[in-house]
Ligand binder design. Structure first.
Ligand SMILES: [Cu+2]
Length: 153
């Protein structure tokens, strides 16, 4: 392997790392979000919510046909909305991960399938770990390679 190839690999790896790693100060600042969820037989719209960790989230549940509920796992949020009368709850999304929400009012035959998902992220920890490991491994290999060439001379 040529030294130039090695430098290219190293540069590419560092570039990927730089792209993946958030720069200091660029971290997403917690914001206030108001999310409207429409419940109908037998689905939530939207079925998937995405917020950033630390956001103050206000969930507003609207029932469009019959009475529906929304119970959010992990955050202990439980709403019950009547058609025309929405319900809301505010919480801080301080736990990262995926949390199911389901209808908490028996609203019909397919009621158990009224499920949605709240994603609290972004989960950058894994990618940061992978990027850092790759940079470290590439650096170590480059060091060993150049050193072995020097010894051979
Ligand atoms: Cu329901």
């Amino acid at each position: 392997m040529k030294a130039s190839t090695l430098v290219l690999i190293l540069a590419t790896t560092l570039a990927i790392g730089a792209a993946v790693l958030p720069w200091p100060g660029e971290r997403a600042t917690p914001t206030q979000r108001v999310i409207h969820v429409n419940a109908r037989q037998f689905a939530f719209d939207p079925p998937r919510l995405h917020v950033n960790r630390g956001d103050q989230v206000t969930l507003v549940l609207h029932a469009t046909d019959v009475v529906h509920g929304l119970y959010l796992d992990g955050y202990d949020v439980n709403l019950k909305a009547v058609p025309g009368i929405s319900a809301q709850a505010t919480f801080v999304a301080d736990r990262a991960g995926k949390f199911r929400y389901r209808c908490s009012v028996s609203c019909g035959s397919l009621h158990p399938f009224m499920i949605g998902e709240l994603v609290v992220g972004p989960n950058t920890l894994l990618w940061r770990a992978i990027a850092l490991t790759t940079i470290a491994a590439t650096g170590a290999l480059a060091f060993l390679y150049t050193r072995s060439r020097e010894v051979a001379r």
